[in-house]
Design a protein around this ligand. Structure first.
Ligand code: PMT
Length: 391
């Protein structure tokens, strides 16, 4: 992978040449970007020699938009050490030097931070709030660890060792296989509930969210059973097995058969809660000028059924598509259906939900953690969900 290593001004910067060396040893290409303060701790010559590439540290030096070139080049950005200052800047959207500008430009690709600071600073509510904000955006934190700090005290604040940071880089690499040999089940798309031989009750789901989840899980090494309602989407991945179904009852049968063999399931399909009690085997004719009444019966709740089947070793993730009282309704579904996580989709969020390529979600865990995303592509949302529910 092409990895940009961003260095900020903390004493742990002295470990960065070793980090760069390890990354290169594992076959990654590395370029470095540093703040002015970082260069008080580690020299330009060292970083350029060890990475084999020019260091990016001055926003105006070349007269070119180097932060954009570097963000185009890099496939992943690792900030080590990440000081309270850079964490606060990114959380607040401040871009006032080479590295912070690069960080704001580096969207849609994995970012890892290895925080390092004094333990009182780490414990400060402002820092903790900023960390939660960054995590909510999908930025991965490695450490900090507990141990002796440069200021002489002992506590949480030490930067993780370069080996741990490299492990996380490998973990997040698209070529990684950290979910291997797990098997995951994903549902996608709408269901169609037949009225007669040509008509059905359906909904606007395109399947994009579920297919993105299946792709991201497979990219992370998992075998994926994708059960999808009618959609024009296709997926071509050796680890994804696609079963196409039409109705909620067909989805129920496919899903309950495969779930006992899975490590986890993410149910993103928009399943019809009701179906016509009868389905005519011919096209129903218009009955003069009279109206028509459809008698509806309830479909099985697939997610709740899996909640009842779930063992302690399985992770069950549901979605909640809400228009009002969003959080309370999602929380209710989380508990009632015995889920580990619920992904809340609000139809009040512009650009989120049915059909579009983007989404905005809040992932709520059973123990009350909330991970909120901004509006991102469904691919990035899938990554964020998987990062949250598989760690
Ligand atoms: O497919 P896209 O166009 O990309 O759109 C994505 C999406 C908007 C469909 C998706 O992000 C989403 O929000 N999916 C859930 C839609 C939904 O039906 O939500 P719900 O709140 O009605 O259902 C709650 C959960 O129960 C869901 O996990 C659903 O899959 C499940 N369910 C619902 C009814 C039922 N009979 N059986 C179920 O398993």
């Amino acid at each position: 992978m092409k990895v940009v290593v961003g260095i900020t001004g903390g004493i742990a910067a002295y470990k960065v040449p070793e980090l760069v060396r390890l990354l290169k040893k594992q076959g990654h290409e590395v370029r470095c970007a540093a703040t002015g303060h970082a260069l008080e701790f580690v020299t330009r010559v060292t970083l350029e020699t060890i990475s084999g590439a020019p260091l990016y540290s001055d926003l105006f030096a070349s007269g070119r938009t180097e932060h954009i070139s570097l963000k185009d080049w890099g496939e992943m950005l690792v900030v080590a050490p990440a000081t309270a200052n850079i964490i606060g800047k990114v959380a607040s959207g401040i871009a006032d030097d080479a590295l912070s500008t690069l960080l704001l430009a580096f969207s849609g690709k994995p970012v890892i931070m290895a925080p390092a600071m004094n333990c009182e600073m780490w414990a400060h509510p402002a820092v903790q709030r900023n960390i939660e904000t960054l995590k909510g955006w999908g930025i991965r934190m490695v450490g900090p660890e507990k141990g002796e700090l440069a200021c002489g005290v002992s506590g949480v604040g030490r930067m993780s060792e370069p080996e741990a940071i490299v492990a996380e880089v490998n973990n997040l690499s698209p070529f990684s296989s950290h979910l291997s040999p797990q098997k995951w089940l994903v549902t996608a798309g709408p269901t169609y509930e037949r009225i007669d031989s040509v008509r059905f009750i359906g909904n606007y789901s395109s399947g994009k969210m579920g297919f993105a989840l299946a792709q991201a899980l497979a990219d992370a090494g998992a075998e994926v059973e994708l059960v999808s309602g009618p959609t024009s989407l296709t997926i071509d991945h050796p680890r994804v097995h696609l079963t196409r179904i039409e109705s909620a009852r067909e989805m129920y049968a496919a899903v309950t058969e495969v779930f006992p063999r899975c490590n986890g399931a993410i149910l993103s399909a928009a399943v019809a809660d009701y179906r016509p009690s009868e389905c005519a085997d011919h096209k129903l004719k218009k009955n003069g000028s009279e109206g028509m009444h459809l008698d509806l019966v309830q479909n099985p709740d697939i997610l709740a059924t899996l909640g009842g089947m779930k063992t302690d070793k399985q992770t069950l993730v549901g979605f909640a598509l809400e228009t009002d009282n969003e959080e309370a309704n999602a929380q209710y579904k989380l508990e009632k259906k015995n889920l580990d996580y619920i992904v809340l989709n609000s139809l009040r969020d512009k650009g989120a939900g049915f059909g579009v390529d983007t989404n905005k979600v809040t992932v709520i865990s059973r123990d009350g953690r909330h991970t909120e995303s901004p509006l991102l592509s469904k691919k990035e949302i899938a990554q964020l969900i998987i990062n949250t529910v598989t760690t």
